[in-house]
Every structure is written in structure tokens, then in C-alpha cells.
Design a protein around this ligand. Structure first.
Ligand SMILES: NC(=O)c1ccc[n+]([C@@H]2O[C@H](COP(=O)([O-])OP(=O)(O)OC[C@H]3O[C@@H](n4cnc5c(N)ncnc54)[C@H](O)[C@@H]3O)[C@@H](O)[C@H]2O)c1
Length: 358
């Protein structure tokens, strides 16, 4: 068992399902495709011919495939929790796409499934594995930025009138569901503490759908670190993807996530003891205490230099294999993923102008 490839199937062979097909079959020693399921028969038959395995159009028949150990669920968002429950009940291990749940009821279902099926349910928060995010975490751990105060993560999509089902609330769409889970998941890693406060506003700016295409969320941790998140289809002049403010420096990287820009105090430097004076300052230029500081400025290439979109897929596949075959803990903790759903619910309550489905 330990050395055999994981026999897997995918339900939902649309845009992301196709990516999963490609990347979960890259290492034949880790995964073996055995089943593909889509309501559209041609979408199941194509991968079955290309990667091997049996095509299905019926989820229950797909789940009855005895060889299949792992089911990757990449159907529409509103079906995720129910699909996961059926697959777990059929004895399968499940990798569930984000948003792992859309409604309050979904969250209750997932909390229960997480209790009832320990070690069987995994969540596909694949953008946890963005190289720029990992590089930034390492730089913070090294102490170069000092104590982190604020993290800003801003995902700007093309300025566009997105018009697919992901922009309809009755289909479980909206950027809160589309990119919200990725940014909330990253934010939780920075804050590293229970979230104390949530503030948000959501807007429908350009989309012809009824869902949010501009999202702004502020989170504060018990440790007082603030995460400012923005996701938008409606910003024409965009800023950085991520900025981290520490009390010894700042880090920033662009939307392309290719380079990290850093400005930080020389690690050898210690602030001399000082107090703030209540006296009237002398008529000199430098009266605010801004002496020459030993700054180090650097631009570092993000490592590894890879196609980020493919890499996050390859990494989730690699980690899941390591977990299922070698017992290594899966880096995306279920508590964190379930916290993302709780935060999403709070944001929805703060934005009653949208016609959220229950
Ligand atoms: N983690 C990521 O990076 C990432 C990226 C894109 C999409 N997603 C998520 O993946 C899900 C799918 O997104 P998409 O863009 O691929 O959607 P899509 O509409 O392109 O594809 C969905 C596919 O599922 C099939 N399907 C729907 N209901 C089904 C059912 N009951 N049984 C079998 N097949 C069914 C459809 O026919 C379609 O082929 C969404 O929830 C989305 O949020 C995640």
C-alpha cells in the first residue's frame, strides 16, 4: 500500500478539473487516474482516453468504482459539501475544491464531516503554495522585517465584466467565494492567531451578474496584526500583490509574483535608547529623530522560478501524496480551512445588500 500510487478520480472536469488531470498525473509513481466524472459525457471521456480510467456521467456510479481511493471534487461551489459527504460515505478519501462551503449549512456539514471522517477529508487551498508567499514567510521567520504589524494582500484580476456562473449568487459565485478563500487562507497564516475582528465591504461594480466583483476585508488577530485583503475585477491601475510592514522593514511583491522588494534595517543595528521630549524643539531641520539609518535595499527573484499556476497544483498533489502514503501532516490544516468559511459567513452578514443564498 505504502509504495503503490494513489488511485484517484475527478468529479467536475471544467477549467480547474482539467488542471488537476494534468498535474495529478505527472508522477506515475504517486498517482494513477482511474475514473472521471462529469455531467457532460465528452468531458469525462476525453481525460479517460488521455490519462486512462473509466468515464462516468453519474456521481453515484463513479463513487462505486472500487479501485478509486481518492476523489477530487471540482464541481460547482454549491455542490461541494454535499459531494464531499457522498464521497466520504462511499469510503473515499476526498480532496475538496475551494470554496469548500458556500452556505451556513455547508459549514455545519463540513464541521460534522471533519469530526466523522478524521484523516479522510482534505481541502484544496492550493495558493498556500505560491512561491512568493513561502519566500515571504521565510524572510519573516528570519527576522529581517522585525515584528510584523500589517500585511496587505491584493489580488487584481483583469478590469473586466466577468459574466460566467461565478458572478451569480444563485450559483454560489462572487469574488468572496472565488478568490476570497485563497487570500483568507494566506492571511490566517500571517496572523497566526484566532481572528478577533472582521470588517468588510463588498461591491458589484462591473459584472452583469448579481455577485460581488470587488471585495475588501480587514482582519485583526488576537496578536493585533492586521491583514488588509482586496480582490477586484474593477481596478484599472493596480498596486502590489502583497506588502508586509514590520518594525524593522518592509517587503513588497508585484501581481506577477516574480520579485520581492525589501528595505530593512541592517540586522546588526540596534536602536539607541531614546525618549520623546515635551520641550519646544530647536529651529533645526532634523527635529523628529530621523538620524541616518543603516538601510539595506534588495530585490530578490522569487524562488523557485516556476509557473506559479502549475506549481501550486504540483505542490498540493505532492503534499497530499506525502500525507496519504508517508503520514506527513498535510500543510493545509482543516481548522484553518473551516475558519475561512466562518470568516466568509461574517463578511456576508456584514454585506446584507447582496442576496446571499441560505
Ligand atoms: N483551487 C483553485 O485554484 C481553483 C481554480 C478554479 C476553480 N476552482 C473551484 O473549482 C470549482 C469548479 O470551477 P471551474 O472554474 O472548473 O468550473 P467549470 O464550470 O469550468 O467546471 C465545472 C465542471 O463540473 C461539471 N459538473 C457540474 N456539476 C456536476 C455534477 N453534479 N457531476 C459531475 N460533473 C458536474 C460541469 O459539467 C463542468 O464541467 C469551483 O468551485 C471553483 O471555485 C478552484
Amino acid at each position: 500500500m505504502k509504495n503503490t500510487p494513489i488511485a484517484f478520480g475527478i468529479c467536475g472536469l471544467g477549467r480547474i478539473g482539467a488542471q488537476h488531470c494534468e498535474h495529478f498525473t505527472e508522477h506515475a509513481d504517486r498517482y494513477k487516474a482511474v475514473a472521471f466524472c462529469d455531467l457532460d459525457a465528452a468531458r469525462a471521456e476525453g481525460p479517460a482516453q488521455q490519462y486512462g480510467g473509466t468515464p462516468y456521467t453519474d456521481f453515484a456510479q463513479f463513487l462505486a468504482n472500487d479501485e478509486m481511493e481518492l476523489v477530487i471534487i471540482a464541481t460547482r461551489s454549491l455542490d461541494h459539501a454535499a459531494n464531499a459527504e457522498q464521497a466520504l460515505a462511499a469510503g473515499k478519501t476526498v480532496l475538496l475544491e475551494k470554496p469548500i462551503g458556500v452556505t451556513a449549512q455547508d459549514r455545519q456539514t463540513l464541521l460534522r464531516l471533519n469530526r466523522e471522517y478524521p484523516g479522510k477529508l482534505f481541502f484544496c487551498h492550493n495558493h498556500r503554495f505560491e512561491p512568493a508567499f513561502a519566500n515571504t514567510q521565510a524572510i519573516i521567520a528570519e527576522g529581517l522585517l522585525g515584528n510584523v504589524q500589517v500585511v496587505k494582500i491584493h489580488k487584481y484580476h483583469d478590469f473586466s465584466r466577468r459574466n460566467d456562473w461565478q458572478m451569480r449568487l444563485d450559483c454560489g459565485g462572487g469574488q468572496l467565494s472565488v478568490w476570497g478563500p485563497h487570500l483568507l487562507d494566506q492571511a490566517i497564516q500571517y496572523i497566526g492567531a484566532p481572528i478577533r475582528d472582521v470588517w468588510s465591504y463588498l461591491r458589484r461594480v462591473l459584472t452583469p451578474g448579481d455577485a460581488d466583483d470587488h471585495v475588501r476585508i480587514l482582519l485583526t488577530g488576537e496578536n493585533d496584526i492586521v491583514a488588509e485583503l482586496e480582490i477586484s475585477n474593477a481596478v484599472a491601475l493596480t498596486g502590489p500583490y502583497c506588502t508586509v510592514y514590520g518594525d524593522r522593514g518592509t517587503l513588497m511583491y508585484n501581481q506577477e509574483q516574480t520579485e520581492l522588494h525589501l528595505k530593512y534595517l541592517d540586522p546588526e543595528f540596534n536602536w539607541p535608547a531614546a525618549t520623546a521630549s515635551g520641550d519646544t524643539p530647536a529651529l533645526a531641520r532634523d527635529t523628529y529623530g530621523q538620524a541616518e539609518l543603516p538601510w539595506i535595499e534588495e530585490t530578490r527573484a522569487v524562488e523557485p522560478s516556476v509557473n506559479m499556476w502549475a506549481f501550486v497544483e504540483q505542490e498540493i498533489a505532492r503534499h497530499l501524496h506525502n500525507t496519504l502514503r508517508n503520514g506527513v501532516p498535510f500543510p493545509v490544516k482543516n481548522e484553518d480551512a473551516l475558519e475561512v468559511v466562518r470568516l466568509t459567513e461574517i463578511v456576508k452578514q456584514q454585506n446584507p445588500q447582496f442576496n446571499w443564498i441560505d
